[in-house]
Design a protein around this ligand. Structure first.
Ligand code: ADP
Ligand code: NA
Length: 330
């Protein structure tokens, strides 16, 4: 039987992906290339829905792509591409925009959250229609499954509604995608503010562990991670969020359960424990960084890999758009 097709995208909005992105998304993408017919894209067109700098965007898109290959996505086993290399994304988005009701689009809660940052009326229409471009990303490839976290469920519902509406109005064209629930990785939190999630928009870079960071920097950040003044290394989200976060990180990176780690570190100080967390992070990140650096130094090779991905993606996207055009009357 054919493997289910899966589509997932990630925005190139920072200079490096962080540990949260790695554990919450990228590491799972690598596993999915064994079980799925996987399409992964760097969604640069989503990144222009907010203010941005074109030179930065172009650079970050390449750095993002290099990291996807560096974590282990293999062009022989999955399709990695840049969204803007496949113009069918925006063409289908327009068709879907015309099928979306204003009321329906207005109910997307993520827009409300993001727009709130800009103040009433200042957010772009692109930010408003973002979930519809996302629907186009998914439907173009007839994805059977889409990995989703809780915050994306509403967008997948919209995608399914739009697919159904098009099929009903113009004839069977799109596959209705199902949610693929990722292995629940609890949120990795900020090292300096262990009750907030680690995020590229964190207030201080000291709280984030970047994939492309040097070992010394990673070690320093972890040794300076905020903890409580106690001495016990036990998971206790409420009273010891910092230690709990470090336990979660060490457990995720080594495959050792948290109760086992608690046993191992019983009677030991925070210093020894933090050193071990740092070594685990460094051991995971170093080969990734080295592969990414090598790819970024070889522009032609990275271009070639992205061209292979774009070619494969376009073959599918073009065929879908031919059907769409035919059925929609143009
Ligand atoms: P950010 O929060 O830095 O803006 P994104 O929202 O772009 O990151 O997230 C991209 C992917 O990484 C998503 O699949 C998201 O679930 C995952 N992710 C982001 N931050 C974390 C985190 N702190 N812990 C676990 N997963 C995360
Ligand atoms: Na985000």
């Amino acid at each position: 039987m054919a493997r289910p097709r899966v589509l997932s995208g990630i925005q190139p909005t920072a200079d490096s992906f962080h540990l949260g992105n790695y554990l919450g998304a990228l590491r799972q993408w690598v596993k999915m290339q064994e079980t799925h017919d996987a399409f992964y894209c760097v969604v640069d067109l989503h990144a222009i829905t907010v203010q941005y700098d074109p030179v930065e965007l172009r650079r970050r898109t390449r750095v993002a792509a290099a990291q996807l290959f560096a974590v282990g996505l293999d062009p022989d086993r999955c399709t990695v591409f840049v969204q803007s290399h496949v113009p069918e994304h925006t063409e289908l988005a327009w068709v879907l925009i015309c099928l979306t009701g204003m009321g329906e689009a207005s109910r997307m809660t993520q827009f409300k959250d993001k727009a709130a940052k800009y103040g009433e009326g200042a957010a772009s229409v692109g930010l408003f229609t973002y979930p519809i471009l996302q629907a186009a990303d998914i439907l173009l490839y007839h994805a059977d499954q889409v990995p989703v976290g809780a915050d994306q469920k509403q967008h997948l519902e919209l995608t399914r509604d739009l697919a159904q509406r098009f099929n009903h109005r113009f004839g069977e064209t799109f596959t209705l995608p199902s949610p693929y629930i990722l292995k629940e990785v609890e949120k990795i939190t900020d090292l300096q503010d262990p009750t907030a999630k680690m995020s590229k928009s964190s207030s201080s870079p000291q709280g984030i562990l970047d994939l492309l960071e040097q070992p010394n920097t990673l070690r320093k950040k972890i040794m300076r991670a905020v903890t409580d003044t106690g001495t016990e290394i036990v998971a206790d989200e409420e009273n010891k969020p910092g230690i709990t976060n470090l336990l979660r990180i060490l457990s995720a990176l080594t495959g050792t359960s948290i109760p086992e780690l608690e046993k191992r570190y019983a009677g030991q100080g925070y210093g020894t424990f933090k050193k071990d967390v740092a070594e685990a992070v460094i051991e995971t990140f170093t080969p990734i960084r080295e592969r990414a650096e090598k790819l970024l130094a070889d522009e032609a090779e990275l271009d070639r890999m992205l061209a292979v991905g774009a070619e494969r993606a376009r073959a599918v996207a073009r065929e879908t758009m031919e059907k769409v055009r035919d059925r929609a009357g143009f």
